[in-house]
Design a protein around this ligand. Sequence first.
Ligand code: OSB
Ligand code: MG
Length: 370
Amino acid sequence: IHPKEVVLRRLNMTLNQPFTTSFGTETGKDFCLVEVIDENGNSGWGESVAMTGPFYNEETTETNQLMLENYLIPAILGKTFHHPDEANELFAPIRRNRMAKSTLETAIWDLYAKNNQISLKQALGGDEQKQIEVGVSIGIHDSVEELLKVIEGKISNGLRKIKLKIKPGKDVEVIREVRKVYPDIPLMADANSAYTLEDIGVLKQLEEFNLMMIEQPLQSDDILEHSLLQKQLKTPICLDESICSFKDAKEAIELGSCKIINIKIGRVGGLSEAKKIHDLCKEHGIPVWCGGMLEAGVGRAHNIALTSLSQFTIPGDTGPSRHYWKEDIISPEVTVENGIVLAVSGPGIGYAINRDVLDRYTVDKKVFSA
Ligand code: OSB
Ligand code: MG
């Protein structure tokens, strides 16, 4: 692969409904999208999953754009890649900024697969025929009635998992009410780091609701305290924010900080690192699933490809495009039937870019050449 040109766009899209977590409310997505073009005119696509503000992790749309413009795009232009893993090595001297790196790295993976006339699933070593099961992540609502209405609408779509966001004061009683109405649905809770070890009493009260897991209860950079918490909880802990790398995953597994890992491509710096974490989890019998970051179509497509790897045994968060957006930047958009993502075929991510829609949501565009 010889990246000759990179088109860096900034897009601004509005979510169908605002999404509230313990760290804030998102009403839309302002994000970076890259197109890496090679000497044959083939394009690979990558999406930045950073949030607008530094509240999920330390990255933002602005920091991603700056890193891409000043460091990452200049680093790849004119280089030769025999395999996308080499992008990871090339970016290694630059500390962290994993979502920014992932934006370009995932585009290089797409381009690599396209150049080899294979799907990204195949390039990653996944199973092309695998049924990709997904659920939905539902934000915090003011009232339980509202929340129940939202769940009702989602369940009729046959989704495989319901994930509810929780925070102190919006936890035990909310889950209790939901369980009363839905005693058997596969249900989990995501705290986005809203608790401390002092809250163990509340977290223990959640044990009676037969949750599949509690995601990221404690600090976003903690591994040790989660291991102390997991010893006192029967409900599996799933780590999200705490796992930024293969090394973090190794430490968490060794310390018993979690029984499940949510792998997000952007959070760990790209598909090469995500695959390494997947392989480690497989070796240790830790089930994994693919989390979401309210992605537009390109990010969604990369998530689906990653989920084709065998250790992704728990339904992911990558729901249908229509759940998030009026229209998506890919064609076809991601469609889900009975909780299974409708398969597409074709080289690379397998979805085409809808240039009309893309242009409509583009608020800034810069071209970088070798
Ligand atoms: O913690 O998984 C999370 C969205 C933004 C930031 C963090 C998270 C989420 C979600 C939504 O849970 C997942 C999705 O539907 O894309
Ligand atoms: Mg999470």
